[in-house]
Write a protein that binds this ligand. Structure first.
Ligand code: ATP
Length: 453
């Protein structure tokens, strides 16, 4: 049985050290969460799966890690300072503030049902900062609300320092901050979250081709690399396009309350490089952009074949890493009936995503010979460099199995007295619960086979 509600996931996350409420001992802070020992591992494995696919498996994409705080002018010319807002509606009766486009019924308060609502007003989503000693607290910078803009402003730096021609892309994985009106759904909508975004720069006439290509590439990644079944994912095109977009489509995952966005794919035309470039008038910019009087760099591409100098179009793929983790956990969560009124909760993660790759368990606690053999196996497995290997020296094998089922460890390796004689150990597989005896000398090879499956 899968998780019935997100609360099943929330409880598992707290119980097993994946995610905790931010500032919990002081009552929490809306929209902020802290990732615990296994949460950081799962997030890291998602980032690695994404980076492997986007950077290491291709020749046309480079990585970038830009600052979280940036010159205010970035957010002026990107349009965020004037226009990155959500429509806020406030209930006159109970004071609840809601995002109008996410209300259950646009005429009634979500909390108390009252129809006595204030007119919607634009609510700025960027978090302002006051940087430096001379500001007296006035906002003079912002925490970035997305990674994309700092990728655009580095377009020329990356182009000039690498051998690329169009099409080529730049990716970033990193934190983004939005002053969301109503954070909700656990880590689904937070105020501090993480994005994994690609900006792919193309010739204007090739935009549709690459939009389609990226749409399909990204969907295939969700299915093949994360192991999410195709019927739990779907595409939903945007009904209303942002003013700069030529096309936009979301990848949605089926959460317990229905399908919802986990990634967006957008054809942003020449809006971004056109907004931030110097000498805008020299180029035929298709999108409507603010006149830029501050930029000191032309963000254009000179075609070596035709000699033409133009502003490339951008195809963007924007994934929320936290939402991705939530979807992965929801998909993997299984409440399994074992008969005889016994059950277990098991996280059936793809092994490459598992926070712990293997647990090594001496059958009895603190028996020096067992511990010595277990230690040697742990050391050998750690040398593989595939992630976390745990030694469990509690002597309670049932409890160990339960814990490792719940955190999704693909195999438990038990060292017993027999192992000291026949140099073999028992491998217990998480999903099937099947056990097999494996020679200690083959254990590295065996684990690699399981992880790379
Ligand atoms: P939404 O419509 O849900 O507010 P968006 O369309 O504004 O999201 P984008 O700006 O396209 O989102 O961001 C790309 C991805 O970043 C989203 O698909 C989502 O996975 C993630 N994301 C956006 N906002 C949040 C948030 N507040 N908390 C967690 N993840 C987020």
């Amino acid at each position: 049985m899968p998780a019935k509600t997100i609360n099943d996931i929330v409880a598992l996350c707290k119980r097993r050290g994946f995610i905790f409420t931010g500032s919990e001992i002081y009552g929490g802070l809306g929209g902020a969460y802290d990732y615990g020992p296994y949460g950081v591992e799962l997030m890291k494995n998602i980032r690695n799966a994404w980076w492997n696919a986007m950077v290491y498996s291709r020749d046309d994409i480079e990585g970038l890690d830009a600052a979280l705080i940036s010159n205010r002018l970035l957010w002026k010319y990107s349009g965020h300072e004037a226009g990155f807002s959500d429509p806020l509606v406030e209930c006159k009766k109970c004071g609840t503030r809601m995002r109008q486009d996410k209300m259950k019924d646009s005429k009634k308060c979500d909390a108390c049902g009252s129809a006595d609502l204030m007119e919607p007003r634009a609510y700025q989503l960027m978090m302002g900062l006051s940087i430096g000693a001379t500001t007296d607290g006035a906002t003079n910078a912002y925490l970035r609300p997305e990674t994309a803009t700092t990728t655009y402003t580095n377009f020329k730096n990356v182009l000039d320092s690498t051998p690329h021609k169009l099409p080529f892309g730049i990716v970033q994985i990193g934190k983004a901050f939005r002053n969301e009106i109503s954070p909700r759904g656990f880590v689904f909508r937070m105020r501090e979250f993480e994005q994994a975004e690609l900006q792919y720069f193309v010739k204007p006439e090739e935009d549709e081709k690459y939009f389609d290509e990226w749409k399909n590439t990204r969907m295939a990644w969700w299915i093949e690399q994360l192991g999410i079944p195709a019927d739990k994912l779907r595409f939903t095109p945007h009904e209303k396009l942002a003013h700069y977009a030529k096309a936009a489509i979301d990848i949605e995952y089926e959460f317990p309350d229905g399908f919802d966005e986990v990634e967006g794919i957008h054809n942003r035309q020449d809006f971004d490089l056109g907004s931030h470039t110097k000498s805008q008038k020299e180029f035929k910019i298709n999108a409507t952009v603010l006149e830029n009087t501050d930029s000191i760099t032309k963000l254009s591409f000179s075609d070596p074949q035709t000699g033409e100098n133009f502003i490339p179009y951008v195809i963007e793929t924007a994934m929320g890493v936290n939402r991705c983790m939530l979807a992965i956990m929801h998909n993997a969560y299984t409440d399994e009936d074992l008969g005889d009124e016994k059950s277990r909760i098991v996280l059936k993660l793809k092994p490459n995503l598992s926070p712990v790759k293997a647990a090594v368990i001496p059958l009895a606690r603190n028996v020096p010979e067992l511990l010595k053999t277990a230690d040697k196996i742990v050391g050998d497995l750690r040398k593989l460099g595939i992630g976390r290997i745990e030694l469990e020296n509690s002597g309670n094998i049932g409890k160990n199995y339960r814990r490792h089922d719940e955190i999704g460890t693909p195999v438990c390796i038990t060292v017993d007295h027999q192992s000291l004689e026949d140099k073999m150990v028992t491998l217990r597989h998480r999903d099937s619960m099947e056990q097999e005896r494996v020679a200690i000398k083959d254990i590295q090879k065996k684990l690699l086979e399981i992880i790379n499956k």
